[in-house]
Design a protein around this ligand. Structure first.
Ligand code: ATP
Ligand code: MG
Length: 398
């Protein structure tokens, strides 16, 4: 077993020491067999949330109604979920009621796809009741049980099928895809947050073009916010689309390709976080600046370092090979300063140069001019040089 499993192993052992069953389950087992990097390790158990809370010292009750608690171990969080069967998905958002059970079989049966219905015990033995290993080998996404029923229970699984095809490069089994086509109208009733989460993963997959192909064939625009009014957006995605690792990049791309829909419209309709909103706005700004000025030092200076990679992915999606990472980094390395605080004088120093003048916006305006001169290499970042420059370029007072 690989490291993440070994780190989690004591959790399973401790549960078993209390005469209960415990397994690694879902994505982590799938990714282990695929030799992919392991994301979260999820654990499924016969123990009830109350029992888990008694066994472990550090437990966070995140979703007790659904049987899930988080166990903290070695500074990491593990979702530990009691074997369960789901009730009706009447509101299409939350399972109405869950029933805890003491047998893993039915718990695996409630899971969406065969490749996600794999469990592994502490000894590394795989429990594969639905031919998940066969489908992993054949690179196929297939529902556990009857597709139409499973998608009708929870239509988010339709989007999940797309996102797994995008992440894994798998095909969707023809029967499963047919079922998706039949049930797709149900997507309309989904909670937007759940959709946004899966869409973000869909656009970030290494095989994003496979996922997008399925998305286009499925034709679900009419059930999705914004796309319902602009169905053409999904049909006109760029040929050179790259995996976009954050949803802010996706929104920036949509807006750039369809300026009539603002970033804010996307953010509101898809209930994005403030972080995603800021990222979308900054990336669009950087793109528009790039169109006029190219990749110059002011662009790199103003772009947050956290957005560099996203900006490159966005640019290369819009126009193949338009920016290489080394290009951006070499501009960055040549920057004389990295932030306003690096300027050799500050607002107070400027005030002292003009003792008769009151403070006001002119100080900030002057500093911004100085900053730009420095960034473009027209002014040395020394106190002496800046003061000389100010003499020749005194503040404009109005
Ligand atoms: P990732 O690596 O992206 O986290 P994952 O397979 O772990 O992929 P999660 O969304 O974290 O996906 O879900 C964990 C597991 O829970 C899945 O592998 C699947 O077994 C089950 N699951 C999650 N969502 C659903 C759903 N809507 N319907 C049925 N089973 C689900
Ligand atoms: Mg997971």
């Amino acid at each position: 077993l690989t490291e993440p499993f070994l780190v989690a192993q004591p959790i399973l052992e401790q549960i078993e020491a209390h005469q209960q069953q415990a397994y690694y389950v879902g994505g982590c087992v799938r990714d282990l067999l695929l030799n992919r990097p392991i994301g979260d390790i999820d654990i499924t158990t016969s123990a009830t949330p109350e029992q888990i809370q008694k066994i472990f010292l550090k437990v966070i009750p995140v979703g007790i109604e659904h049987g899930t608690v988080i166990v903290r171990h070695e500074h990491q969080s593990y979702e530990v979920t009691t074997f369960r069967i789901d009730g009706d998905y009447a509101d299409k958002r939350h399972p109405d009621a869950v029933t805890f059970i003491d047998n893993i079989d039915k718990d695996l049966e409630r899971r969406d796809f065969t490749i996600n219905a794999l469990a592994m015990n502490v000894k590394g033995e795989i429990l594969d009741l639905f031919d998940g290993k066969r489908d992993l080998k054949a690179k196929v996404i297939r529902t556990v049980g009857n597709g139409e029923e499973r998608f009708a229970e929870d239509s988010l699984r339709i989007i999940r099928a797309l996102r797994f095809s995008s992440q894994l490069g798998f095909t969707i089994h023809p029967d499963t895809f047919t079922a998706m086509l039949h049930v797709k109208a149900e997507i309309e009733g989904l909670a937007i947050e759940r959709l946004t989460n899966e869409f973000a993963k869909l656009f970030s997959g290494d095989f994003v073009n496979i996922g997008i192909d399925y998305l286009q064939k499925l034709e679900i625009q009419q059930y999705l916010p914004v796309f319902s009014e602009h169905p053409e957006i999904l049909d006109n995605l760029p040929e050179s689309l790259q995996p976009l690792k954050s949803f802010g990049e996706v929104i920036a791309l949509f807006h750039i390709m369809n300026p009539e829909v603002s970033v804010l419209t996307w953010v509101n309709a898809w209930k994005c976080s403030n972080k995603i909103k800021l990222e979308g706005i900054q990336l669009v700004k950087a793109y528009q600046y790039f169109l006029v000025n190219g990749l110059d030092s002011l662009l790199v200076y103003q772009l947050k370092e956290a957005y560099y990679e996203g900006f490159i992915r966005l640019m290369n999606s819009l126009q193949p090979n338009s920016i290489a990472p080394q290009q951006l980094m070499s501009v960055k390395e040549l920057l004389p300063i990295n932030a306003g605080k690096d300027i050799a004088i500050n607002g107070n120093d400027i005030m002292k140069l003009f003792p008769t003048m009151k403070g006001g916006p002119w100080i900030k305006q002057l500093l911004t001019k100085i900053e730009k001169e420095i960034i473009f290499g027209r002014l040395q970042n020394t106190e002496h040089d800046i003061k000389e420059w100010i003499k020749w370029n005194p503040p404009e007072i109005n």
